[in-house]
Design a protein around this ligand. Structure first.
Ligand code: G3H
Ligand code: 13P
Ligand code: ZN
Length: 312
C-alpha cells in the first residue's frame, strides 16, 4: 500500500470516537519502534517530520526510511509535515511525496493566517495532499519559535467557521491548554484541558477533524528513570491520559506525540549506560531504546487513542 492521506482515517476516527496517533520521527530506530507497534496492533498511523527533523536526518533519508516502513508493515501510513512555517517548506514536502502538510501560521494575525493557509491549500489540493492549519497559540517550543505560557492563547471558537471556510483546510489544530515539551503544567497545579472550547468548536464545525498538538503525557516512570540515572528533570508534567482519551472520543482525530518518544528513548539509554558503563556498541543501547518506544506507542494506541484494529 502506498502512503495515504489522513482523509479517510479522520472520517473513520470521527465516526468511531477514536483518534490517530501522529508521532514525530527523526531516525531509523524511532520509525521502527513506532511502526512495529502500529503493525502488531493494526493501527492506522501518521508519521510526522518537522523542519528540525529534516535538517537533522536529511529529507531523502527520512523519506526512504518511511517508504521502508510502508513496505515492511503494509499499514496505511500518512506522511505529514509538522509545523510548516512557510509556503516553501510545504511545497518542498508536497513535491517530495508527503501526503499531508501542516501550515502553522497561528502566530500571525488572523487575516495573514488565512491568506498563507489558503495559498498552501491551493497547491496541496492540486497535488492530492491534505492540509492541517492552526488557530490559537500553544505554549512551548516549535523548532526555533518559543512561546511563553503567558503569551499562549486558547482558540477563539467564534473564529473557526470563517477560518475553515476561507482557507479550505482539511483539519484544524486548536489550543485548549496543551503545550509542547515536557513541562506543560506548573508543579502542584491540576492539569485541565478546556473541553468547553473543544465542545464549542465541535458545535460550529460538525464532523470536522480537530488536531491536538502538545499531547505527550510525560509518564513519570520515564522522568524517574532519567533522574535516577543522572538526569535532572524536576517538575516535568504532561497531559493526563484520561483527558486525551476524552478528547479522542470527541472531535479530536489526530493527537501529536513527540516528547514521550524522546523520554522513552532517553530513559532507556541512560539506564543502559548505568548498567553497562563500558559499552560502546550503538546497537546494544539503541535496541532497548527502540523496544521502549514500541512499548510506549503500543500503550498509546490501545489505552489513549483507541485506534487498535482500525487500520483496514
Ligand atoms: O512540535 C514540535 C515537535 O515536537 C517537533 O520538535 O522541532 O524539535 O523537531 P522539533
Ligand atoms: P509533545 O511535545 O507534547 O510531544 O507535542 C508534540 C507535537 O505537538 C508535535 O507537533
Ligand atoms: Zn506541535
Amino acid at each position: 500500500m502506498p502512503l495515504v492521506t489522513s482523509k479517510e482515517m479522520f472520517e473513520k476516527a470521527y465516526k468511531g470516537g477514536y483518534a490517530i496517533g501522529a508521532f514525530n520521527v527523526n531516525n531509523m530506530e524511532i520509525i521502527q519502534g513506532i511502526t512495529e507497534a502500529a503493525a502488531e496492533l493494526k493501527a492506522p498511523l501518521i508519521l510526522q517530520v518537522s523542519k528540525g527533523a529534516r535538517a537533522y536526518a536529511n529529507r531523502t533519508y527520512l523519506m526512504k526510511l518511511v517508504e521502508a516502513a510502508v513496505i515492511e508493515t503494509g499499514l496505511p501510513i500518512c506522511l505529514h509535515l509538522d509545523h510548516g512555517d512557510s509556503f516553501e517548506i510545504c511545497k518542498s514536502c508536497i513535491d517530495d511525496g508527503f501526503t499531508s502538510v501542516m501550515i502553522d501560521a497561528s502566530s500571525k494575525p488572523f487575516a495573514e493566517n488565512i491568506a498563507l493557509t489558503r495559498q498552501v491549500v491551493e497547491y496541496a489540493h492540486d497535488h492530492g495532499v491534505v492540509v492541517e492549519a492552526e488557530l490559537g497559540t500553544l505554549a512551548g517550543i516549535e523548532d526555533e519559535v518559543k512561546v511563553s505560557a503567558e503569551d499562549s492563547s486558547y482558540t477563539r471558537p467564534e473564529e473557526v467557521e470563517e477560518f475553515v471556510e476561507k482557507t479550505g483546510c482539511d483539519s484544524l489544530a486548536i489550543a485548549i491548554g496543551t503545550s509542547h515539551g515536557a513541562y506543560k503544567f506548573k508543579p502542584g497545579t491540576k492539569p485541565q484541558l478546556r473541553f468547553d472550547v473543544l465542545e464549542e468548536v465541535e458545535k460550529r464545525l460538525p464532523e470536522f477533524p480537530i488536531v491536538l498538538h502538545g499531547s505527550s503525557s510525560v509518564p513519570q516512570e520515564f522522568v524517574e528513570k532519567i533522574n535516577k540515572y543522572g538526569g535532572n528533570m524536576p517538575g516535568a508534567i504532561g497531559v493526563p491520559e484520561d483527558q486525551l482519551r476524552k478528547a479522542a472520543s470527541m472531535a479530536v482525530c489526530k493527537i501529536n506525540i513527540d516528547s514521550d518518544l524522546r523520554l522513552a528513548m532517553t530513559a532507556s539509554i541512560r539506564e543502559h549506560f548505568a548498567l553497562y558503563p563500558a559499552d560502546f556498541d550503538p546497537r546494544q543501547y539503541l535496541k532497548p531504546a527502540r523496544a521502549a518506544i514500541k512499548a510506549m506507542v503500543a500503550h498509546k494506541i490501545v489505552d489513549v487513542l483507541g485506534c487498535d484494529g482500525k487500520a483496514f
